[in-house]
Unconditional design. Structure first.
Length: 44
């Protein structure tokens, strides 16, 4: 519901705002997992 209101305010619609929120929410988690995996792989 909040996404729909923000979409109306930004004149973008619900789905682009929802997609942006999901990407923005999961990007730090995915980046941390990739960093942790690559850091762990480098250690002997």
């Amino acid at each position: 519901m909040v996404g729909g209101l923000i979409g109306q305010w930004l004149q973008m619609g619900f789905w682009p705002v929802l997609a942006g929120a999901l990407i923005g929410g999961f990007a730090p988690i995915v980046a941390y997992r990739v960093w942790k995996w690559s850091h762990h792989k480098r250690e002997p």
